[in-house]
Design a binder for this molecule. Structure first.
Ligand code: MG
Length: 165
């Protein structure tokens, strides 16, 4: 048995009139995240953390924005693909911890839903998943409400002791 960790980070710009998707959940807000896909920075950070734990590349490599297949894609598709990739390599997801940084909307009322959605997408139970929220105290681009960022850490195990590839 071996254990490996990975980190992920993502940030997307907010624009008026788009649905705000975070963790696969639509959050009521007057603006949503802009991206080639649905812009779900929380799921993108989690995917990058999992790919990082497996040393299996990153979101840009697996899901390039130049690929029309991913235009407007629900990011839950990326999570499913990353899960399959890890399973193929013999990795089991142990836990994920993520932080979303947003000045608005206030995410505290939605954290339970985000956690449930993320756990479901990853095939985990709620106790294996943590989602936290921070404002950036009004500082910088995120503090001005221009975008939302997320970071994530993932731990995976390899029951077969697969510590390569
Ligand atoms: Mg992204």
């Amino acid at each position: 048995m071996s254990f490996r960790i990975g980190t992920g980070f993502d940030v997307h710009r907010l624009a008026a009139g788009r649905p705000l998707m975070l963790g696969g959940v639509q959050i009521p807000h007057e603006a949503g995240l802009v991206g080639h896909s649905d812009g779900d920075c929380l799921l993108h950070a989690v995917c990058d953390a999992l790919l990082g734990a497996a040393a299996a590349g990153d979101m840009g490599e697996h899901f390039p924005s130049s690929d029309p297949r991913w235009r407007g894609a629900a990011s839950l598709i990326f999570v499913a693909e990353v899960r399959r990739l890890l399973a193929d390599r013999g990795f089991v997801i142990e836990n994920v911890d993520a932080t979303v940084v947003a000045q608005a909307p206030r995410l505290a009322p939605h954290l339970a839903a985000l956690r449930t959605s993320l756990a479901s997408a990853l095939g985990l139970v709620a106790g294996q998943v943590s989602v936290k929220a921070k404002s950036s105290d009004g500082l910088g681009a995120i503090g001005r409400g221009e975008g939302i960022a997320a970071q994530a850490v993932a731990l995976v195990s390899s029951p077969r002791g697969t510590n390569q590839a």
